[in-house]
Design a protein around this ligand. Structure first.
Ligand code: NAD
Ligand code: LMR
Length: 333
């Protein structure tokens, strides 16, 4: 048998490491699902002080999993220790909403977490650090983190909308009775909230235009509502917000950015700091169609935006602008 050549270890810092998503994600990272079978990973587990003991328990379990890819595990409540030399900062640590809450209800309590973490990443992370925010309201929290990290290029900051993207792909596949691998070029625009715009106008199903197959009534009605309100539906049904599907989406996001999409002609969705593309005001963290290029996400340019899409994108962007104004009033940016 040939000996495996291992690459240099990656350092991944996960905030909220003792929480639900952390518990689901960490063991999959340890099994090589993000970085592949040849890249060891140093795990830095950041928690709130009151949850450090629980995180230490998760660290014990990770040790007990005896993964050959784990090159170190550290638990801390100090962001400056946690982000030291981090190549990947995955920011999950924040309170989830419960039944009846909107994500915007979390602005004040969770927003305050992301300024200090952004500053610490700015000061101590590795030069190639990439930041992915999951804690809600994810887009605006990513904007807050970026605002406190002036030395880090804007295109390194993202907020997760891959879960919404995956939900949209799955709904379209179910509606057209195909395997998800036949779906291409779905887009999530805007905020990771109920105002998001899941868009199939450029999508194909087994090579055929999706809109022709599903019809405008479904694409503009049931489809958008189902995807945009899936988070709430899961909270109602499960009694808690999405966990395992979120961990899957985090893995998909980081893996595809590093290794490329299975079909390079396809695209996926992520929220990133707008450069003004598609009329989204600069600086807002909004979801776009994206492709990985040299380890970064690039917005797919030149898509035609019809009147329906324009109105839906603008409505979600208006919500992002309100969130930006609210966190500015709170002194968070
Ligand atoms: P959870 O309550 O199980 O875990 C959150 C963890 O964060 C807790 O262990 C808590 O102690 C920790 N935490 C709180 N403040 C912290 C801080 N300052 N530093 C480090 N850790 C801190 O929640 P969960 O189910 O894991 O969800 C976490 C977040 O992810 C929520 O805000 C949820 O709404 C969000 N979420 C986002 C998406 C998305 O697609 N963007 C999907 C699902 C959940
Ligand atoms: C989700 O989309 O499932 C999460 O963001 C949780 C939520 O509050 O909806």
């Amino acid at each position: 048998m040939e000996a495996t050549t291992l690459t240099k270890p990656a350092t991944l810092t996960l905030s909220g490491a003792a929480g639900q998503i952390g518990y689901s994600l960490l063991f999959r990272v340890a099994a090589g699902e993000i970085f592949g079978p040849n890249t060891p990973v140093r795990l830095r587990m950041l928690e709130a002080p009151q949850a450090v003991r629980a995180a230490a328990g998760v660290a014990m379990e990770l040790q007990d999993a005896a993964s050959p890819l784990v090159a170190g595990i550290e638990v801390t409540a100090d962001p400056r220790v946690a982000f030291e030399g981090a190549n990947h900062a995955i920011l999950v640590g924040a309170r989830p909403r419960t039944a009846g809450m909107e994500r915007s209800d979390l602005l004040e309590s969770n927003g305050a977490i992301f300024g200090p973490q952004g500053r610490a990443i700015n000061d101590v992370a590795a030069d190639d650090v990439r930041i992915l925010v999951i804690g809600n309201p994810a887009n605006t929290n990513a904007m807050i983190a970026a605002a406190h990290a002036p030395d880090i290029p804007r295109d390194r900051f993202t907020a997760l909308t891959r879960l919404d993207h995956n939900r949209a792909v799955a709904q379209l596949a179910a509606r057209t009775s195909v395997n998800v691998r036949e779906i291409r070029r779905v887009t999530i625009w805007g905020n990771h909230s109920r105002t998001q715009y899941p868009d199939v106008r450029h999508a194909t199903v087994a090579g055929r235009p999706a809109l022709e197959m599903v019809g405008a009534e479904w694409a503009e009605g049931v489809f958008i509502d189902t995807v945009a309100q899936r988070g709430a539906a899961i909270i109602e049904a499960r009694g808690g917000s999405s966990v395992a599907s979120t961990a899957t989406a985090i893995i998909d996001h980081v893996r595809d950015r590093r290794f490329g999409l299975p079909d390079p002609a396809d695209w996926t969705s992520t929220a990133l700091v707008s450069d003004g593309s598609y009329g989204v005001p600069e600086g807002l963290v909004s979801s776009f169609p994206v492709r990985p290029v040299d380890g970064n996400w690039e917005i797919v340019q030149g898509l035609e935006i019809d009147e329906f899409s324009r109105a839906r994108i603008d409505a979600s962007v208006a919500e992002l602008q309100e969130e930006r104004a609210a966190v500015a009033d709170l002194g968070l940016i």
